[in-house]
Write a new protein. Structure first.
Length: 153
């Protein structure tokens, strides 16, 4: 008998590993010395706010696909709602994250916060695994912190 509330180790490991670009973004945005050192080997798109915004954009779009997959479990009018809501994260990021400004970082963070509400809804509707929301809260807290840190400088 498996514990359906337990986050599967692979999902946890991959989720935590997926935080590395956000952590790197915050670290290189907050430390000019680290950014200068890393800039000797890495192109600018892999440093500072740029990497966080680029990677965050990709992840928010990816999460639309995850929600779409959850929507396949819904039926009737619930399915239409679930499919419709699943495309919000990708549309949000497409229209709102347009450059490497502080505004784009705020819009991206708002997108991740909105995604968390969608995660909660899909979990409440029984479309997402029971452990899903616990994983998403943990990851989202780190993502939001990483996106906010460079704004404080």
């Amino acid at each position: 008998m498996t514990d359906t509330n337990r986050i599967p180790p692979a999902a946890l490991l991959l989720g935590l590993t997926g935080l590395i670009p956000f952590l790197w973004s915050a670290a290189t945005a907050l430390s000019p010395a680290l950014a200068a050192w890393a800039g000797q080997w890495l192109p600018p798109m892999f440093l500072g706010a740029y990497v966080g915004l680029t990677y965050g954009t990709l992840i928010l779009a990816f999460m639309s696909g995850v929600l779409w997959g959850f929507a396949t479990k819904a039926e009737g009018r619930g399915a239409s709602l679930a499919y419709g809501l699943s495309v919000i994260p990708v549309l949000w990021v497409f229209f709102m994250v347009t450059d490497v400004s502080g505004n784009s970082a705020i819009f991206l963070a708002a997108g991740f916060l909105g995604l968390l509400f969608l995660d909660a809804a899909y979990t409440a509707w029984g479309l997402a695994p029971r452990w899903w929301l616990r994983l998403r809260v943990m990851l989202t807290v780190v993502v939001l912190a990483c996106l906010a840190l460079p704004l404080q400088v």
